[in-house]
Design a protein. Structure first.
Length: 290
């Protein structure tokens, strides 16, 4: 799988895009057959990956070159925005078409339209990590422990913030205005409603450094990687206020990211340990707890 695979997303076609480093590339894998389709070199190291639509394109923040671009599953690049902040870490597309990115080393938010940086806001979050799109809003997690910051992509302004958790790293939209935040140092996943105010909904216990997040709308299942215990936790979110832990599955070493095939329920987990330990784990749907 290349070195240190990190971000992973899966489209409706069953093709997964996996970001690898040194050499920097996106590897396309058919999770239904377990076959590597192709490797596409990138000008910079990808880390977080997000889907702009059910089958792409994939939004690619390339951290080491301060670039944000898009990649279709056929290997075609979209608009390439360069000179984007200082280590753009994660980026999502909001309902108005704006790509909102996290400026991890520079702090604050980045706003991109038509392949160009149109506005950059200072902190806000001094070290924004993951971001999730909720309609026209983008909700960011701050790695330095300052909670959640919400931006209106239409007006490109900060509209709300709330200190929650201990140290949030990742964010993932769950639909219906809900976002899950991985409180990595707090050993939990925090579910918040974005109105745009940040409203507490539930706390899900996740000891073992919760990190990567994914969500399957078909089965209303939240997936959480537990990095220090090498496990994947599955949570039933049918009632968001009363999440039910389905169970845990053993994973590869340093399970940093996870995605589920929205059609078959097959799960892919990236093992981000360097060198020979770098790997992609594919878990058939019938091996997942129910």
């Amino acid at each position: 799988m290349g070195n240190e695979p990190e971000g992973v997303v899966i489209g409706t076609s069953g093709i997964a895009a996996v970001g690898v480093r040194r050499p920097d590339a996106i590897t396309l894998v058919n999770v239904r057959s377990g076959e590597v389709v192709r490797s596409i070199p990138t000008d910079g190291a990808p880390r977080h990956l997000e889907l702009a639509g059910p089958d792409g394109p994939v939004i690619l923040p390339l951290e080491t070159t301060n670039t944000i671009t898009e990649l279709s599953f056929d290997g075609t690049f979209g608009p390439i925005a360069t000179g984007i902040g200082d280590l753009p870490h994660d980026a999502v597309r909001t309902s108005d078409g704006t790509i909102v990115g996290t400026n991890e080393h520079g702090g604050g938010a980045l706003f991109i339209r038509d392949g160009k940086l149109v506005k950059s806001l200072p902190a806000g979050p001094p070290q924004p990590g993951g971001v999730a799109a909720v309609g026209k809003y983008a909700a960011m997690a701050d790695v330095q422990g300052n909670g959640v910051f919400v931006y209106d992509a239409t007006t490109m302004t900060e509209v709300a913030s709330k200190r929650i958790g201990t140290r949030l790293t990742h964010a993932h939209a769950l639909g219906d205005g809900l976002v899950a935040f991985a409180d990595t140092d707090g050993g939990a996943v925090l579910v918040e409603r974005i109105t745009p105010q940040v409203v507490d909904v539930a706390r899900i216990e996740a000891p073992g450094k919760p990190y990567g997040l994914s969500y399957d709308a078909r089965t209303k299942t939240l997936l959480v990687t537990l990095g220090s215990s090498n496990k994947l936790r599955l949570v039933d979110m049918t009632d968001p206020a009363k999440p039910r832990i389905k169970g845990d599955v053993p994973t590869v070493q340093q399970a940093n990211s996870v995605a589920m095939d929205p059609v078959t329920g097959i799960v892919a987990v990236t093992g981000s340990a360097p060198g020979e330990a770098s790997s992609l784990q594919i878990i058939p749907a019938d091996q997942l707890p129910s």
